[in-house]
Design a protein around this ligand. Sequence first.
Ligand code: ATP
Length: 241
Amino acid sequence: MDSTIKVEQVSKSFGKKTVLNNVNLTIEKGQLFGLIGPSGAGKTTLVKMIVGMEKADTGAIHVLNEKMPNLALLQEIGYMAQADALYGELTGEENLKFFASLFGLTKEAQKQRLTYVANLVNLTDDLKKRVAAYSGGMKRRLSLAIALIQDPKILILDEPTVGIDPELKLSIWKEFLRLKNEEQKTIIVTTHVMDEAVKCDYVAMVRDGRILTSGTPTELKTLYKTDDFDEVFLKAGVKHS
Ligand SMILES: Nc1ncnc2c1ncn2[C@@H]1O[C@H](COP(=O)(O)OP(=O)(O)OP(=O)(O)O)[C@@H](O)[C@H]1O
C-alpha cells in the first residue's frame, strides 16, 4: 500500500445518528486534498478519525501504512482543529514553545521552526502578547502555526482560514501550495468555501456522512457540465438525493 492515507469502508455513529456511512478515500503523498461539504456533513468526524482522535465503528484507516489510531504517528501529523485549543494565560510564543517541546526537536530546531511558523502566519510581532488578548483570527493563525511546528509529513487542517482576512488567507494558501510542491507534504483541508475547493488537487464532496462525488476540480466540472463549483456540489447532491 503506497498511499499516504487510506480510508476503507468507514462508518461511524453517535448514538442512533449515523455520521459517516461507508466512506472510502485514498490520499497520495504530496496531494492537497479538499473535503468539501456543508455544516454537519461529517467532515470533522472524518478528519478526527484520520488523526486518531476518534475510532471508526467499522472499516479501517491507515496513515503511512500504520493502522489508526496510533500514538506514534502524532509526530508525522500536524492537526489544526476547528476549535482553537490554546493556553490563554500563556503568550503566543510560550504556546508555540510548549507544543514544540512535545516533539523530539533539538533546542536549535525548535527556535528555527518557531521563527518560521510565526512569520508564516504573520504573528512575529504579537508573540509576546497573552493569547487571551488575541483576536479570533490571531488565534486561528496561532493554531495553524502549532500544526506546523514539528514539520510533519501530513497536515490535517479543519477549516484553517475561517475568520482570517482575505489577504492573509491568500498568503496562507500560497504557503499550502509551496509546502505541497516543494516539500511534498500531504495536506487535507476541510472547507465549505468553493473558491478554496478549486485550489485543491483532488476534492471529495461530503454530505450526510457520504461522499457524493470526488475527483480533480477539472474532472468534476467536466462531469457535471459546469464551470461553477457551487453548481457541481448542487448537481452532485441532486443526483444522490
Ligand atoms: N461527539 C459527538 N457526539 C454526538 N454527535 C456528534 C459528535 N460529534 C459530531 N456529532 C454530530 O455528527 C454530525 C457531523 O458533525 P461534524 O462536526 O463531523 O460535521 P462537519 O461536516 O465537520 O460540520 P461543520 O462544518 O459544521 O464543522 C453532526 O450532526 C454532529 O452533531
